[in-house]
Design a protein around this ligand. Structure first.
Ligand code: NAP
Ligand code: G4F
Length: 323
């Protein structure tokens, strides 16, 4: 049987790079959409860059998406590209809407025109739940987004469902809770902490400035979540699934555990909280219920909070010490 082809948008990001590795190991032909930057950002895909086909394109540009779909003739499309940082979405709300909301619609339209039988995965987010009215959150929980990013993801989520209903396309949303790894961007809180702690432990920094230490998140390990994306597209019917660990912890707990792993006592002496890193509207508490994914897809994450912190801090310590 011929190999399947997959088109991944956002292949240079945390999830895109892990997903590309996973699909290559399953024998897929992998195509990755990459936008032009003055200085290319390919460190995450450096080890596999000769095994994947890079296609130039941008979610803002319809013709480049049409071309990418035509060229790759995908069996599966994973739409992972986004302006994905909530903090930036408050400063650049229209750009976030262009990329994260309308970009998804453009890609859906490119697939509808040029590969209508492809299966489409949308990277939906627990940020859509926002100001939550119930805990834990699952596929039936209502949305109350609290940032331009969350609003854009809600638009994209409904655009996907509309394409499924209006055109009988195979389009599925993965509503994933936070998932992290050593490949996380430095601006996200877990990586900011693991990086900052490693710097402090090695005498290269003497403080770490954060925002709201009381916010709670359901943090999992990214490689396990890209496996869920693939499983969602192998399911016989197009449906939406939550991906989460079911456990939530505060930013403060993440900090405490990270200092412990790095062997630095008295974390309060190094960490301060500053308005600069607080958001105009905060999502205080997210905790997911992934029992549908467990029941129908056999997916359950195994990396728990303390192991995740350990993985991230250890990786950072090795990198910081130049090993
Ligand atoms: P990430 O590391 O920030 O990666 C985002 C990717 O999108 C990068 O490859 C980036 O390319 C690309 N991109 C940004 N703007 C683009 C544009 N205009 N055209 C084409 N590509 C563009 O994000 P991630 O953590 O891997 O997350 C993957 C997806 O899942 C995102 O849609 C995110 O919103 C969503 N999500 C993430 C989580 C999580 O906890 N990680 C949870 C739920 C949902 P450059 O390298 O050029 O910047
Ligand atoms: O790490 P964060 O920036 O992630 P956030 O906002 O939860 O968004 C991430 O997860 C979403 C899934 O729910 C994705 F859709 C989204 O693309 C992204 O991957 O912030 C986590 C929490 C927030 O409550 C924030 O206010 O940490 C709090 N925080 C406290 N101090 C901080 C800081 N966040 C950042 N980035 N930097 C701080 O100094």
């Amino acid at each position: 049987m011929a190999s399947k082809s997959a088109l991944i948008t956002g292949i240079t990001g945390q999830d895109g790079s892990y997903l590309a590795e996973s699909l290559l190991s399953k024998g897929y032909n992998v195509y990755g959409l990459v936008r032009r930057l003055s200085s290319p950002n390919i460190s995450n895909i450096e080890p596999i860059r000769h095994s994947v086909e890079i296609l130039d394109g941008d979610l803002i540009d319809q013709s480049s998406l049409n071309q990418a779909v035509l060229q790759s003739q995908p069996d599966e499309v994973y739409n992972l590209a986004a302006q994905s940082f909530v903090g930036t979405s408050f400063k650049q709300p229209a750009l976030t809407g262009e990329i994260t909301a309308l970009g998804t619609l453009r890609l859906l339209e490119a697939v509808r025109s040029h590969a209508p039988h492809a299966r489409f995965y949308q990277a939906s987010s627990s940020e859509m739940f926002g100001q939550v009215g119930e805990e834990p959150q699952d596929e039936t929980t209502g949305f109350h987004p609290r940032s331009p990013y969350g609003v854009a993801k809600v638009y994209a989520y409904w655009a996907c469902i509309n394409h499924r209903e209006a055109y009988s396309m195979f389009v599925s949303n993965g509503i994933l809770f936070n998932h992290e790894s050593p490949r996380r961007g430095l601006e996200f809180v877990t990586r900011k902490i693991s990086h900052g702690v490693a710097q402090i432990a090695q005498g290269k920094a003497d403080h770490l400035v954060l925002g709201n230490l009381n916010a709670k998140r359901d943090w999992g390990y990214a490689p396990e979540y890209v496996d869920l994306m693939w499983r969602i597209l192998q399911h016989p019917t197009a449906e939406d699934f939550v991906g989460a660990t079911g456990e939530s912890h505060t930013v403060r707990e993440f900090v405490e555990e990270a200092f412990k792993v790095a062997g630095v006592a008295d974390w309060e002496e190094y960490v301060t909280s500053d308005e600069r890193f607080r958001r105009p509207a905060e999502v205080y508490n997210l905790r997911g219920n992934a029992s549908k994914a467990q029941r129908l897809l056999g997916w359950s994450p195994t990396t728990r909070f303390r192991s995740l912190v350990r993985i991230m801090v250890k990786a950072e310590m090795e990198q910081t010490s130049g090993k």
